[in-house]
Ligand binder design. Structure first.
Ligand SMILES: [Zn+2]
Length: 327
């Protein structure tokens, strides 16, 4: 099979080459990968995260069609199009038994600690795939870009009484955080400079005027939940936008992870900061129903052969929407 592979660090060392196919064990399936997307974690895998094995195939978010099924796998058949939970888990440790597969003691991230999906095929445990007829773009956004904000919003219990402010609302996860919070009944204020987000959110405000606009829109109450995956650069703003008894939820630090925090502002507002990390299998199953009409803003589709260019654009380009790699 052909796969995007690297041995040395950096986008410049990515290359598409023939790679040996893996055999399918009893409890595994072989997928023909159809569409993959690019996430910050994929760029980090290429540039800095410890990865294994080497040579390494990155790709943590993708969907595929079942091509071969191990003897013990009964819930999917050859030809099924499937959503993929891209974290390997053993299903038997105490975390898994609690349904917290993210923290499986033997867990691995697909595309980081195991071979990923920027390849014509991938062999993956049957327990990681579920049949689905969602659109291609939604399916290849589910494992991280959709699941991560969904888990975050669920963790802080978003519901009809909430006003959720999403920073970075046009970004990889932001676009889905906005749509999912709406589906959970909340009023959603998106913070972004992109006009098109108006299609998804109740209100859209831009960064320079975000504080006064959120104040105006909430009659001074501010947000009950602020989603801030942007890190350092926008941390102060997030703290300004959260209301009394509000929650700031974070699952990333795109602009840096070191945050200076005025504790006086935190306790004066009785505010909480909550960190969350991806999501679990049960949530992915819920999303197979909830994500039906999710809209995906597409910046561009690349081919596997153009993957290097795709990563350059992801890193340096003025991207507006998601970048996909068609395989
Ligand atoms: Zn486990």
């Amino acid at each position: 099979m052909r796969a995007l592979v690297f041995e040395k660090r950096g986008i410049d060392f990515l290359e598409v080459r023939d790679f040996p196919s893996s055999p399918v064990r009893d409890d595994e399936v072989r997928l023909r990968v159809k569409l993959a997307s690019i996430n910050p974690v994929d760029l980090m895998a290429i540039e800095s995260l410890p990865v294994s094995p080497l040579p390494h195939i990155p790709g943590s978010e993708f969907y595929g069609v079942v091509e071969e099924v191990g003897e013990k796998v009964t819930h999917v058949s050859v030809g099924d199009r499937v959503a993929v939970y891209t974290r390997l888990f053993d299903g038997t440790c105490s975390s898994c038994m609690r349904g917290d597969q993210t923290y499986c003691v033997n867990g691995k991230r697909v595309g980081v600690e195991s071979q990923g999906g920027y390849a014509e095929e991938i062999v993956i445990p049957g327990r990681n795939v579920m049949k689905s007829d969602l659109s291609e773009e939604v399916l290849s956004s589910l494992p991280i870009a959709v699941l991560t904000p969904y888990h975050a919003l669920r963790t802080v219990g978003v519901g009809v009484d909430d006003t959720v402010v999403v920073l970075g609302a046009s970004g990889n996860t932001g676009i889905f955080a906005v749509q999912l919070a709406k589906r959970m009944g909340a009023r959603v204020i998106a913070v972004t400079s992109r006009e098109w987000v108006k299609e998804y959110a109740d209100e859209v405000v831009d960064y320079p005027t975000a504080e006064e606009e959120v104040k105006r829109l909430t009659d001074g109450g501010m947000a009950s939940v602020v989603v801030n995956s942007l890190g350092e650069k926008y941390w102060d703003l997030g703290l300004k936008l959260v209301g009394n008894h509000g929650k700031i939820v974070t699952y990333g630090g795109l602009t840096g992870g070191k945050v200076s925090l005025d504790v006086n502002k935190l306790y004066a507002k009785h505010a909480s900061i909550v960190g969350t990390n991806r999501g679990n299998m049960a949530e992915l199953l819920e999303l197979l129903k909830l994500a039906k009409d999710l809209k995906v803003k597409v910046h561009r589709y690349y081919t596997l052969d153009e993957a290097r260019e795709a990563f350059r654009e992801f890193k340096h380009g003025n991207r507006d929407g998601r970048i996909f790699i068609r395989i």
